[in-house]
Design a protein around this ligand. Sequence first.
Ligand code: ADE
Length: 224
Amino acid sequence: MRIDIISVIPELLESPFAHSIVKRGINKGLVDIHLHNLRDYAINNYGKIDDAPFGGSAGMVLMIEPIDKCISKLKAERNYDEIIYMTPDAPVLNQKTANSLSLKENIIILTGHYKGVDQRVRDLYITKEISIGDYVLSGGELAAAVLTDAIVRLLPGVIGDEMSALTDSFQDNLLAPEVYTRPAEYKGVKVPEVLTSGNFKKIDLWLEQNALERTKKIRPDILP
Ligand code: ADE
């Protein structure tokens, strides 16, 4: 899979992809991530990429021309399955969306800044808009990092234990059950006895019930 990310501050995206699971996906050749600095497509030699909004409200708006140039260059090189815009005024990311995006070949992620992008960019180029939650970040870069991480860890071969991405929270509309490790007792606090019983039938049942109880308590809204 190839992911192209267009940003005003691509430096913000370097560290999230230089470690752990995403790094492993890149090193194994399972994902190719390319960062593009929107300023390389500025409309003049001063690096102009934004301007004041028509109508006179506060803030700056990313102009259509640099984004058009960047997206058009990429589209001339290959076909893209989705051109995604990260923005708070969009449907919120969930596991289902991450699952479906992980099946794509090539995607572009455009990150906004300031007051966002000229609406014509959204109307003409964007095929999908995603928010990572009902709060406003200073820019879309961290949101793009979140989306990329959620996608890349699902690519077959990226996570060592193939099962583990499938047993994550949300994969079956349930939160993950509690987990424990050694020691079985710490300062008098014991792990649930069933987990050290060696009875895998009982353990599976306990995990299922624990997941259901936690979901009812913490996130009843995701239960089918
Ligand atoms: N840009 C700013 N805030 C955002 C959010 N919550 N989700 C996605 N992109 C954003």
